[in-house]
Write a protein that binds this ligand. Structure first.
Ligand code: ADP
Ligand code: MG
Length: 883
């Protein structure tokens, strides 16, 4: 218990897995917590301060599965191992075997396959203030050895978190307490940045200074040191193999903030959905390829050259069917070399990790051959050439591993049989000895059966007692009574059971000793050979890591080509000018969902936000397809700049520096997250950051408040985007009044979702056309939906009168023709909606009226005429005010 208390005191925020023989036991509150989380029975053992001690245990062999569940639920686990055998403890007269915490299992420091998501990196992110409002960030993936840093403004932290989705974050108290990290909850740990981070980090990579790898700020170096320190602390003082840190600061990437990522659902679905962009476009065949694709979608580029280089690779593979086929054949089922290497480097590896390198390198060789087999016309693009180069490292341990590893590998190293025959002479000799001894046992069994006169004598192996000769009870009694001649075959009694007796003899003990010696020596020799193989792999680690990376990149290029080969995807043109011109674009996720559900075919739509018409104001009723259209165009930017093809017939997308996507609050009520305040602060972020090279998608912004405020805000935002920010913008709104802006803002192009009526039903055509949507669809839809005629008719009268009153109240009405009709720009509205008198007339149902009611209706109609009673203006006048 003293050992347990010491372990717990050193790791108070972790569950202590306390090794006791074949089990890891949990005690006290840990037992209760883990018992609940894992569904374990909680028993009791002994007493502490007069109270029974709760205890729960998991078998050692099943530990990984239990760890996986605990880590996923946000727990950390301290593994307290037995550091010596019970015999050794007895020999030094200790009251208990020595135990130590050898490792703390945390979400970002695991390497086990079962604890990792194959298609996602597992980032540990450290943040250290850099002074002057900047933050140094360092993130590393222990499972693959990748390390990156960046220096960023405090305000950009949210975007970085959204981009990386780290498994764990380390931050000093000053940052940990801030708003940016709050949503991460339990995965944030407080850690203090060291003073001499640069020196500590340089030491870890064995270089004189970090300058060897690039220019790092003090904050970046401090963050690096924090991350290294944490990894060391959780892994019992050792560091895994880590690639040299890559400084990301100067890189030109497409900026997207957290709200944009959320609304575009790039890597994961929001609001309970299960479809995301990644899911719809991922045709990669390996986990490493999927990680690379996810990284590209999360961080698209913003430089024309590198983007075009990726498109070149995809184009080439799209045209070269045979090369693509060869590559994908080699990729299918290829092992995850990067992660196998990670496990080898932390010495928590399995025989299959060695095999993964052998097979992975073999696949990489096949991939290089596939590329080499290309005809040369057209020439192989540079990205594929350099990848092909990297696929086969100079010092590849592949041949050595192929010779060394047994054809059938055991699951665990300690099972033996990892190294096959013929690789190591000494190991072969020891194994022969071991196997000879086995033969000798059989021979001795026959000899003893004869000497002792017991034909059914069997030599068996027992865990504690070693080899013993077992004879039936009756024969045993005879042997016990007999006075044996002394000598190597003389039976010595060891154990009696109900129906058998067990004996040994000098010859048997001798053999037993020789056999166990041979077994131990063979095992020791095999361990040495495995160590040698591991050493070879680690020596070649940089080359293997490059090969793994190259294979992953090729997987991504070939996957994009494969997607395009199905038809309907094109290579986007990426000019520097801020153009945006899409022909027949589609939303890949909605399209896939419709196809899966055997729904109607997706309707493609054009988009044109070229200079002169940079703002598209899209109107249309609910469910007409506005949000889909907005997002499909934003996703087009993400895909294109990530270096993939896009779902369209043709696409010209001027380089985008920042992408913004916002959804009005009313569209997100189910999320329960948004408030109008959030909506406005997210809109503020757009207005403060967007510029002439940015791409902005605003979906029903201003919806989260009363009509008047909302309309006013939407109006002002549109004006700002048009006059000041000059971003390419798609703006969907249900405020039809905004279409009145069309005349005022020369670069605003109104568009509307086409809707038609078919046999009394509203049919959404999902087609975007020029002009504004008719303002009367709300009431029209209500009528078609079966709302009683009187109610709809009354609603029309009320609407007209409300609008007119609003005009009267609005001192700026001349300046802001908010409620001017818009029919002039759109197709003809349905009869009755245009004129309040006609509307009221339409609402009448003469068949259901008594004569007197009819007369009253006639009077009422007269009051609606201009200059009578309720202020209802003729539409004609407002029409002219629009023009
Ligand atoms: P809105 O934002 O106008 O309310 P949405 O964009 O949410 O409409 O679209 C509503 C539904 O219409 C979508 O879930 C989808 O099923 C369908 N839809 C949208 N656009 C298309 C399209 N271009 N082709 C086919 N179906 C579409
Ligand atoms: Mg919508």
């Amino acid at each position: 218990m003293a050992q347990w208390f010491a372990a717990k005191a050193a790791h108070p925020d972790a569950l202590v897995f306390f090794r006791m023989g074949d089990f890891f036991e949990l005690f006290f509150a840990d037992a209760v917590t883990a018992g609940e989380a894992l569904g374990l029975a909680v028993s009791h053992r002994g007493e502490h301060q007069g109270r029974p001690v709760p205890m729960a245990g998991v078998p050692v062999h099943a530990m990984e599965a239990y760890l996986a569940r605990l880590i996923r639920r946000g727990f950390r686990v301290a593994i307290c191992e037995q550091m010596e055998s019970p015999e050794a403890a007895k020999a030094r007269r200790a009251p208990a075997v020595r135990r130590e915490v050898v490792r703390v299992v945390t979400p970002a420091t695991v390497t086990e396959e079962a604890l990792l998501e194959g298609a996602r990196p597992s980032w540990l992110l450290a943040l250290a203030p850099d002074g002057a409002g900047r933050v140094g960030a360092a993130w590393l993936d222990v499972s693959t050895g990748q390390v990156c840093t960046e220096s960023l403004g405090v305000a950009e932290m949210g975007a970085l978190l959204a981009r990386l989705e780290p498994a764990e974050v380390l931050a000093p108290e000053s940052l940990a307490a801030g708003d940016a990290l709050t949503p991460l909850g339990g995965t944030v740990r407080e850690a203090a940045p060291p003073r001499d981070g640069a020196r500590l980090a340089a030491e870890a990579w064995g270089v004189a200074g970090l300058a060897a790898f690039g220019s790092f700020t003090e904050g970046e170096a401090a963050a690096l040191a924090m991350a290294l320190d944490y990894v060391r602390a959780t892994s019992g003082g050792t560091l895994p193999r880590l690639a040299p840190p890559e400084c990301r600061g100067g890189e030109n990437t497409l900026r997207m903030d957290a709200a944009t990522r959320r609304s575009l659902e790039i890597l994961r679905a929001e609001r309970g959905g299960k479809d995301c962009l990644m899911g719809a476009v991922d045709r990669t065949l390996t986990a490493a390829g999927a990680r690379e694709l996810a990284a590209r979608l999360a961080t698209p580029l913003a430089e024309a050259g590198p983007i075009a280089a990726r498109h070149d690779a995809v184009s080439f593979l799209l045209a070269a069917d045979a090369v693509r086929g060869g590559l994908r054949e080699a990729l299918r089922g290829a092992p995850d070399m990067a992660r196998a290497l990670g496990r080898l480097s932390v010495e928590r590896f399995f025989p299959r990790d060695l095999a993964a390198l052998r097979d992975g390198l073999l696949r990489a060789e096949a991939m290089r051959e596939a590329i080499g087999g290309a005809s040369g016309v057209p020439p192989i693009p540079p990205l594929l050439l350099s990848a092909a180069e990297a696929l086969v490292p100079d010092a590849s341990p592949r041949a050595e591993l192929s010779r060394a590893l047994a054809a059938e590998l055991p699951a665990r190293l300690e099972d033996g049989g990892v190294v096959g025959p013929g690789y190591d002479g000494e190991l072969d000799a020891l194994r022969r000895l071991r196997d000879d001894a086995r033969g000798a046992i059989l021979a001795l069994q026959m000899d003893l059966a004869q000497a002792w006169g017991v034909a059914s004598l069997k030599i068996r192996h027992h865990q504690q007692l070693g080899f013993l000769a077992e004879v039936p009870a009756a024969a045993g009694e005879t042997l016990l009574r007999a006075k044996p001649e002394p000598g190597p075959m003389a039976p010595v009694h060891r154990q009696s059971m109900a129906n058998a007796h067990r004996f040994t003899c000098g010859a048997l003990s001798d053999l037993d000793r020789r056999l166990s010696q041979a077994r131990d020596e063979a095992a020791r020799r095999e361990a040495a050979v495995v160590r040698h193989l591991r050493g070879l792999c680690l020596e070649a680690a940089p080359g293997i890591a490059h090969a793994a990376r190259a294979a992953a990149e090729i997987d991504v290029h070939a996957a994009s080509a494969e997607l395009a080969a199905g038809g309907g995807w094109c290579r986007p043109d990426i000019p520097e000018r801020p153009e945006f011109c899409i022909a027949q674009g589609r939303h890949p996720v909605v399209e896939a969902a419709l196809r899966r559900n055997r729904g109607p075919a997706f309707v493609p739509n054009d988009a044109d936000l070229s200079p002169g018409r940079r703002l598209c104001l899209l109107t249309g009723p609910n469910m007409a397809g506005k949000s889909t259209y907005l997002r499909q165009n934003a996703l087009m930017v993400v895909l294109a700049q990530a270096g993939l093809f896009v779902p369209a017939e043709s696409a010209r997308i001027g380089l985008v520096d920042r992408l913004f996507s916002r959804v009005g609050t009313a569209d997100d009520i189910a999320g329960g997250r948004s408030t109008f305040m959030v909506e406005m602060s997210e809109t503020a972020a757009v207005l403060n950051q967007a510029g002439p090279r940015s791409f902005v998608v605003l979906d029903e912004v201003g919806r989260g408040t009363a009509t008047w405020d909302g309309l006013a805000i939407a109006w002002a935002v549109l004006e700002a985007l048009h006059d000041r920010l000059r971003s390419r913008t798609l703006f969907a709104t249900h405020f039809h009044e905004l279409t009145a802006l069309a005349g005022k803002l020369p670069e605003l192009a109104p568009a509307a979702m086409k809707v038609r009526e078919h046999r009394g039903q509203v049919v959404f055509q999902h087609l975007v056309g020029p002009g504004a949507s008719e303002r009367s669809w709300g009431l029209h839809v209500a009528r078609l939906a079966g709302v009683p005629r009187e109610v709809v008719g009354r609603a029309e009268v009320v609407l007209a009168s409300l609008e007119e009153r609003a005009r009267g109240l609005d001192p700026l009405s001349g300046e802001l023709p908010l409620f001017a009709g818009t029919a002039a720009r759109g197709t003809a509205p349905p009869a009755g909606a245009e004129d309040p008198v006609l509307a009221a007339l339409e609402a009448l149902d003469p068949d259901s009226m008594a004569p007197r009611e009819a007369l009253e209706a006639l009077y009422r109609l007269k009051t609606l005429l201009p200059g009578h009673g309720v202020a209802v203006a003729p539409r004609k006048e407002s029409l002219s005010s629009v023009k």
